[in-house]
Design a protein around this ligand. Structure first.
Ligand code: NAD
Length: 480
């Protein structure tokens, strides 16, 4: 069955090209899928434009759109085991992590299913004139292009698709070429839920070939992108001539600040979870550990001892506590990054190599790595590794902790560990980041916005602002 979904039909790529999808944990063939080109991209935009202009979805009652999203949430729950398995095969991610994601994805659709209907009547404004009805209403933006990365393929897709549909838009989805399987499955579920033809469209393929034409197409109104900094800034430039709305969710180099008065054992456990979850291939990974001087030695010793014990393994190995990296090229990039850090003076405390376990040789595994005695300005401290690499810096006091934490071009997330609630709150409020955790790392809920400051991007996903990204605001003034 062909895998491009355009105008409600499953179609093959116009020029007949296909791509093999292989599991990065062992190289096994997962699927062979159609590889779209610019003509497929144009056909998908046509379909989305026609569907939008028909009004079948865009002018439907918000309550009706909300009901469909709730139905999709039910279908996602029904199929969550198959979805989690497919996600793990594409990404090499441990199954338990994919299962966790699938629950979140259904929750995201449910959240927007409920939110969409509320506020649909608009906001009545007191115009100071009894003869006037002044009202602010929200309308869909139009045709949206949604471009997603490989690390959380369906989760990042859900954060865009659910609010885009809830607001009444039509869309063309372009997932990462490395991990298309769950996007294909989602299209099937949207069709099963009764979404009108042409509202949801899917093209698969490489970014420069099929993603780039989508970002310049004048019939597209909005581009929502999650991915790397360079790709994102290129997309912003590509979208500029036709003045599309753009939302960018980019990378991070997130600080995890541990004060001497932190709960020691919990802070150690979470320092590891912060950076080694999904082998560090997480935009909000706590990749920069900042430890208060007097705690440094004991804390880093404990982190290193536990990091050495982390067992690597494939997605279905229930003993594994971390998995593979996505590709050979990505592992080479991380290896070069670590080597540069050591050359600049970082002290390798553990990892820094591929595992020698013969059972892992067909995957792209890399040992959990801790680089101590790092200092500001080192490339391994300033650039996103996007892998299992933890850098450690020391700080003396609150002021220095904040200065080091904010000494980055990024501003996605960060955490503060202290049992002094006032201090933790003070530091949290000074961090220039879209999400800050106090005595925790990584949790999020669909009701709260997610997104970056500085070069981590702009625009917000999740929460009411995540819906607003996909809405135009219109003021209607009516003389009574
Ligand atoms: P990437 O930038 O290489 O690719 C992301 C997507 O963009 C892919 O679908 C790719 O095919 C597409 N693309 C590439 N070139 C394009 C072009 N010229 N025009 C249009 N589309 C193009 O990123 P990646 O390696 O897939 O993902 C890793 C990055 O994503 C990391 O930097 C990570 O921090 C970031 N990320 C951010 C968040 C967040 O919420 N802020 C979440 C997940 C990942």
């Amino acid at each position: 069955m062909p895998e491009l979904f355009i105008g409600g039909k499953w179609t093959a790529a116009i020029d007949g090209r296909v791509r093999e999808i292989r599991c990065p944990a062992d190289g096994a063939l997962v699927a062979t899928v159609d590889e779209a080109g610019p003509k497929d991209a144009a056909a998908a935009v046509n379909a989305a434009r026609d569907a939008f202009d028909s009004g079948l979805w865009s002018a439907a009652a918000a309550a009706e759109r909300g009901r469909l999203l709730l139905h999709v949430a039910d279908l996602l729950e029904r199929d969550k085991d198959a979805l989690a398995r497919a996600e793990s095969l594409d990404t090499g991610k441990r199954l338990v992590e994919s299962e966790y994601d699938m629950d979140d994805i259904a929750r995201c659709f449910r959240y927007y299913g409920n939110l969409t209907a509320s506020g649909a009547a608009g906001r009545v404004v007191d115009a100071g004139n009894p003869d006037v009805d002044s009202r602010v209403v929200h309308e869909p933006v139009g045709v949206c292009v949604l471009i997603t990365p490989w690390n959380y393929p369906l989760l990042q897709t859900a954060w865009k698709v659910a609010p885009a549909l809830g607001a009444g838009n039509t869309f063309v989805l372009k997932p990462s070429e490395l991990t298309p399987s769950t996007a294909i499955m989602l299209m099937r579920l949207l069709a099963e839920a009764g979404l009108p033809d042409g509202v949801a469209n899917l093209v698969l393929g490489a970014g420069p070939t099929v993603g780039a034409p989508l970002t310049v197409d004048p019939r597209v109104d909005l581009v929502s992108f999650t991915g790397g900094l360079l790709t994102g800034s290129g997309i912003m430039a590509a979208a500029a001539p036709s003045v599309k709305k753009v939302a960018l969710e980019l990378g991070g180099k997130n600080p995890n600040i541990v004060f001497a008065d932190a709960d020691f054992d919990t802070a150690v456990d979470y320092a590891l979870l912060a950076v080694f979850l999904h082998s560090g291939q997480v935009c909000s990974a706590g990749a920069r550990l900042l430890v208060q001087e007097e705690l440094h030695d004991r804390f880093v010793d404990a982190v290193v001892a536990q990091a050495r014990e982390i067992q690597l393994g494939g997605p279905f190995d229930s003993n594994a506590r971390a998995g593979t990296l996505i590709s050979a090229a990505h592992r080479e990039k991380i290896e070069a990054h670590v080597a540069a850090g050591i050359a600049e003076g970082a002290v390798l405390r553990c990892g820094g190599a591929r595992p020698d376990d013969p059972a892992l040789q067909d995957g792209f595994y890399y040992l959990p790595t801790v680089l101590d005695e790092c200092t500001p300005g080192m490339s391994v401290v300033t650039e996103e590794s996007f892998g299992p690499v933890l850098t450690v810096e020391r700080f003396r006091d609150e002021k220095e902790a904040v200065a080091l934490a904010n000494d980055t071009a990024y501003g996605l997330a960060g955490a503060v560990w202290s049992q002094d609630a006032g201090k933790a709150q003070r530091v949290a409020s000074q961090l220039r980041a879209g999400t800050v955790w106090i005595n925790d790392f990584h949790p999020y809920v669909p009701q709260a916005e997610w997104g970056g400051m500085k070069q981590s991007g702009f625009g917000r996903e999740l929460g009411p602002a995540g819906l607003a990204e996909y809405q135009e605001t219109k003021h209607i003034w009516r003389n009574l």
